[in-house]
Design a protein around this ligand. Structure first.
Ligand code: PDD
Length: 286
């Protein structure tokens, strides 16, 4: 089946969807994005993603092209048209295509470009990796200084993923000034005793929507949460480690730079948080 995608007001077969070569997303990575998961045909935490999108756009002074209600409608329409049961919706908004290349932002008449597409992932919540856990390596964090804005500048995270693969691992945790910032496309956590530790919010990391939900559920379940920086050595010596994102939910990490974490298998805290997150998110899905 040909996938139906959304481009600037139109639903089109993916093979017919087009964006200008002058689009600033293409020329300058001048755009922002969101990835929302779909479980059982329902959108998970759409409100969180639309709020973060609004913030990313406003930090970069990109005009918000439509209201959240209209964006929700497009998400729902794409889920329906593509018969998505489990999967992801990718939404990208760029500063548009002014018709030439220029470092200065174009005038307000340039319409932002809006692109959305679905990725079908049957059984997304039952991924085998969640049962075994993943291995990560550490790499220096050499990204720009506004990682709190969800821009499409993903070259270094993409290179990080390849460095991990080359080292026989699944992903990379990035380290700056001796402390872990986050994973290539997820937030990073360790567990010591019954305390969950994850880096505090700031410009150094993306403010994960899954992170916010998981920390809320952890606190509701009377688990202790510490938002602070931690080192790779501290993580290797921790009882558990895990990552969170819209595409992996809560994913246990069982090895860091070749050293097993805890027993080298998914621990009880990550396992429990994953269960709670999936259960609560499914209930609240739109
Ligand atoms: N990535 N940190 C980074 C650098 C990310 O790219 C992501 C998400 C997260 C987790 O954020 P959230 O919980 O809101 O998904 C943290 C998405 C999934 C992606 O790029 O595909």
């Amino acid at each position: 089946m040909t996938r139906t995608v959304y481009v600037n007001g139109e639903y089109l077969p993916e093979t017919e969807a087009k964006v200008s070569i002058f689009d600033r997303g293409f020329l300058m990575a001048d755009g922002v994005y969101e990835v929302t998961s779909v479980l059982g045909g329902k959108l998970i935490d759409f409100e969180g993603h639309s709020k973060r999108l609004e913030r990313s756009l406003s930090e970069l002074q990109i005009r918000k092209p439509m209201e959240n209600e209209a964006l929700l409608e497009i998400h729902r329409e794409l889920v329906a048209r593509n018969g998505i049961e489990d999967g992801l919706i990718y939404m990208q908004i760029t500063r548009g295509a002014p018709g030439d290349r220029d470092f200065a932002f174009p005038s307000d008449e340039t319409e932002p470009t809006v692109v959305l597409f679905t990725q079908s992932k049957p059984g997304l919540a039952d991924s085998p990796a969640a049962k075994t856990g993943i291995k990560v390596i550490s790499i220096p964090d050499i990204r720009w200084g506004r990682r709190d804005i969800k821009t499409v500048q993903l070259l270094y995270p993409s290179m990080g993923k390849m460095m991990a693969k080359a080292a026989g691992a699944d992903d990379a945790w990035m380290v700056e000034e001796g402390a872990v910032t986050e994973g290539t496309s997820n937030n990073a956590y360790i567990v010591k005793g019954s305390t969950i530790i994850t880096r505090q919010l700031g410009k150094e990391i993306l403010h994960g929507i899954t992170r916010a939900a998981v920390l809320r559920f952890a606190r509701e379940a009377q688990m202790k949460v510490e938002e602070r920086a931690f080192t790779i050595e501290e993580a290797q010596a921790a009882d558990e480690a895990f990552v969170t994102s819209a595409s992996t939910f809560v994913m246990p990490v069982v090895e860091i730079d070749g050293a097993s974490v805890g027993q080298g298998t998914p621990g009880p805290v990550a396992t429990r948080l994953r269960e709670i997150y999936l259960e609560e998110s499914r209930k609240a899905g739109l």
